[in-house]
Write a protein that binds this ligand. Structure first.
Ligand code: TRP
Length: 369
């Protein structure tokens, strides 16, 4: 490369300089770099949040925020278009999710929240990364296999889903991504694409580290069928406790939750998945171990135990539900939160894309107004 850089003058006025193809303003020599720790996480605005999302994701983000971590969160609305959806519903879900994150304790002065589609560079970087990613690699990802089995027509967006996810992460130069085990392969793809990009064009992106949750939150099961994970997309709304459930709804769902014919309260996920699921949830609600819950419930049969669990859930969730409802009455405020988040994210996105375009050889007109 020596000597060539002398040929390439910074382009201040756009007319005079033509940059020879393949030459960038950055050295392409790999230099190991220390990246500042930055955590990013995204969540799709599909359906209402349930307690599995709360304990598995949102509560962890709040804890990270409180421990002073540099965290940024976004609503992955572009991702939620990869499955059939209604525009009016998507719009409602965006507000609902924003309100829920605030009600759960995300403080946007510390942790910005932005809406993915308000940063057009995410889709742009997705395209660039797609040119470094083989179809074979994408077709092997388990989530693609699962989701494509659910639909008649498989749209390209569903196939590209993990590439857009990689773009989300790389755009913000995140070093860590909290996630559930089901996201691991997608994060490995993001790390792979960062490596491919860095090797080809020079070190640009950190290689992310997934932060898999160590607690039981990823294992919250359906209340109707403990062999399944509690899920936003389960057709039975009795299968999950959502953040906006009224006290009456919570009591009813817990009362009807599937258990077995043994009346003691024990924790044995393998042999007694139903009651163990309730104990597992309870342990998260009270922030103690499942064994402690069992010790405290020695005198109770499962029927009575369910009443105790229901009340503890109501005490946790009711204040959050009331706050969500308050926030939802104030759409202007929710807009202002997403606007502030967009302004923060836009700065990073502009800087990253400027660098990326220089590195890949398309930094033409970049300094022209
Ligand atoms: N795929 C994630 C989910 O369904 C959402 C997501 C999109 C995401 N982009 C991301 C998560 C980037 C972490 C980082 O939950």
């Amino acid at each position: 490369m020596r000597g060539l850089s002398a040929l390439v003058k910074p382009i201040n006025a756009c007319q005079k300089w033509i940059v020879p193809a393949g030459i960038t303003h950055f050295s392409t020599k790999a230099q190991p770099k220390q990246w500042p720790r930055k955590i990013i996480s995204g969540i799709q605005p599909t359906g209402v949040l349930h307690i599995g999302n709360y304990f598995g994701a949102v509560q962890r983000w709040v804890q990270m925020q409180e421990s002073g971590e540099n965290v940024i969160i976004f609503l992955a609305d572009l991702h939620s278009m990869t499955m059939p959806y209604e525009p009016a519903q998507l719009r409602e879900n965006i507000y609902e999710l924003t309100a829920t994150l605030l009600a759960c304790g995300i403080d946007t002065k510390k942790t910005p929240i932005f809406l993915q589609s308000t940063i057009p560079q995410h889709a742009e970087l997705c395209w660039i990364l797609s040119c470094l990613c083989t179809m074979l690699r994408l077709s092997h990802l388990p989530q693609f296999k699962e989701k494509s089995a659910e639909v008649k027509d498989i749209y390209t967006g569903l196939f590209m889903y993990p590439v857009l996810q990689a773009a989300d992460i790389l755009m913000h130069k995140a070093t860590h991504v909290p996630c559930g085990e089901d996201q691991l392969q997608q994060l490995q793809l993001a790390a792979h694409l960062a490596k491919v990009f860095n090797t080809k064009f020079g070190e640009t992106f950190p290689i992310i580290e997934p932060m898999i949750g160590q607690d039981a939150s990823g294992r919250i099961r359906s209340l109707r069928d403990p062999s399944k994970k509690q899920s936003k997309s389960d057709p039975s709304d009795q299968s999950r406790i959502i953040m906006r459930d009224s006290p009456a709804a919570i009591r009813k769902k817990i009362k009807r939750a599937i258990t077995d014919f043994t009346s003691e309260v024990t924790y044995d996920p393998e042999n007694r998945p139903g009651v163990s699921n309730l104990v597992g949830i309870h342990a998260l609600v009270k922030n103690v171990s499942p064994q402690e819950i069992c010790d405290q419930s020695k005198e109770l049969d499962t029927g009575k135990y369910k009443l105790v669990l229901a009340e503890d859930l109501v005490s946790l969730l009711d204040p959050i539900r009331l706050k969500i409802e308050d926030y939802l009455k104030n759409r202007d405020y929710l807009d202002s939160v997403l606007k502030e988040g967009r302004d923060v994210a836009a700065q990073t996105a502009e800087a990253t894309m400027k660098e990326v375009k220089s590195r890949i050889g398309v930094n033409i007109l970049q300094n022209c107004r």
